[in-house]
Design a binder for this molecule. Structure first.
Ligand code: CUA
Length: 276
């Protein structure tokens, strides 16, 4: 008994889609997820990886199959069949990519929005200010995270050729490495001294430009204690590749101990770096 070609195609297609979904769910090529928004990003990555797998295996598989199945047999000198147009097929292979691209576009937008990507680059309240006044000094950190009601820990970040400098205003700590407590919202208020840099932590799935003359904001909540690389992700000069630092995510107690140890004003009273 011969299985009809249509049934065979349907089964192959179903196996392909299921296999693609499985690969997407089990793909493990990203670094560890260490921030609250990393799982959101990874969700998108898995969906895109599934779609990519299905398309790649489907298209390359079909080409490989056709190469073998429709190859020229020995002694066959005849011309190929003259085939001209197939409207249903053309509609199908236009509609499928259109739906896929539309879905990916809308879904990506949704994920980007959920990651806070649609928030303005910096605070609205600064736009009316004169250039010299455009610093973070006048901005209440409370306005940065109205939704959760938790005051974020504000850290001033200065990027320059070729280093990141971190300053904790309330604790009066200046550091070459970024220390943050796990589980607390962090607001990085970033400025560049010279050219455009970009603050990137792959484990946080976050990247934000640091621009001279235009302060930018990056907020996140670290979830997994550990040491992660901070990478400058914008070509900023000859030593751009060496412009790296480390973010150390600590348990809150360990972080507080670090603050007490390093703050010049901490010995007298237990300084909390959180602005109130
Ligand atoms: Cu700073 Cu690249």
């Amino acid at each position: 008994m011969r299985i009809p070609a249509a049934i065979l195609t349907l089964i192959t297609g179903m196996v392909l889609v299921l296999a693609g979904l499985w690969v997407g769910q089990n793909v493990n090529v990203l670094p560890v997820d260490a921030s609250a928004n990393a799982p959101v990003y990874d969700e998108l990555f898995k969906v895109l990886f599934s779609i990519g797998t299905i398309l790649f295996v489907g298209i390359v598989g079909l080409i490989a199959y056709s190469l073998v199945r429709f190859r020229r047999r020995p002694g066959d000198q005849s011309d190929g069949e003259a085939i001209e147009g197939n409207l249903p097929l053309e509609i199908l292979w236009t509609a499928i990519p259109a739906v896929v691209v539309l879905f990916v576009g809308i879904y990506s937008y949704d994920i980007y929005d959920r990651m806070g990507g649609m928030a303005p680059l910096n605070d609205h309240s600064m736009h009316g200010m004169a250039h010299e006044e455009r610093t973070w000094a006048g901005i209440s950190p409370v306005s940065l995270d109205e939704e959760s009601g938790i005051t974020p820990l504000s850290v001033d970040v200065t990027a320059m050729q070729f280093a990141f400098i971190f300053h904790y205003p309330n604790a009066e700590i200046t550091s070459g490495e970024l220390h943050v407590p796990a589980g607390q919202p962090i607001a990085l208020r970033m400025q560049a001294n010279d050219v455009i840099h970009a603050f990137w932590v792959p484990q946080f799935r976050l990247k934000q430009d640091v621009i001279p003359g235009q302060p930018t904001l990056l907020s996140f909540t670290a979830t997994r204690p550990g040491r992660y690389p901070i990478v400058c992700a914008e070509l900023c000069g000859p030593y751009h590749g060496g412009m790296r630092s480390t973010v150390i995510v600590d348990e809150p107690e360990t972080f507080q101990a670090w603050v007490n140890q390093n703050s010049p004003i901490a010995s007298a009273n237990n300084v909390t770096p959180v602005q109130s």
